[in-house]
Ligand binder design. Structure first.
Ligand code: ZN
Length: 131
């Protein structure tokens, strides 16, 4: 799956360091749909993540897997030297390329969040590679 933010930034869409969490996501959704877990167990996004999803997130291009609403967003956070302990929320794709040029190891975590039902899940993480 191409990453629109990485593509826009000119970075490799799937760096070798990528950890993909889609199987975990599928497992969570299976537990939800089978009734093992309730929506309240998985629709627990932090208010700041919901806000980021509304204001700076990129459209996921697919409906929410829980409520089927159309505003599912992708939000990226980068962690690394001289960044806040809670990471930097990326609001423009160019920020990732800029951080990749810095010295040090920076890791990006891409999360999907639904501002409507508060579903959220980590999709993938990867170490930023200099462009
Ligand atoms: Zn939803």
């Amino acid at each position: 799956m191409a990453d629109p933010m990485a593509a826009a930034a000119g970075a490799q869409p799937e760096p070798a360091s990528t950890v993909d969490y889609r199987l975990v996501r599928a497992h969570v959704l299976h537990r939800l749909k089978s009734g093992s877990w309730a929506a309240e167990d998985v629709c627990d996004a932090h208010p700041e993540l919901v806000r980021a999803g509304r204001e700076v997130g990129a459209a996921a291009g697919e409906p929410c897997p829980v409520c089927e609403g159309g505003s599912l967003s992708l939000v990226s956070y980068v962690f690394g030297p001289r960044l806040p302990a809670h990471g930097r929320c990326i609001s423009h794709a160019a920020e990732i390329a800029k951080l990749a040029r810095r010295k040090g190891r920076f890791t990006c975590y891409e999360v999907e969040v639904c501002p409507e039902c508060h579903w959220n899940h980590l999709l993938r993480s990867y170490v930023l590679q200099p462009c």
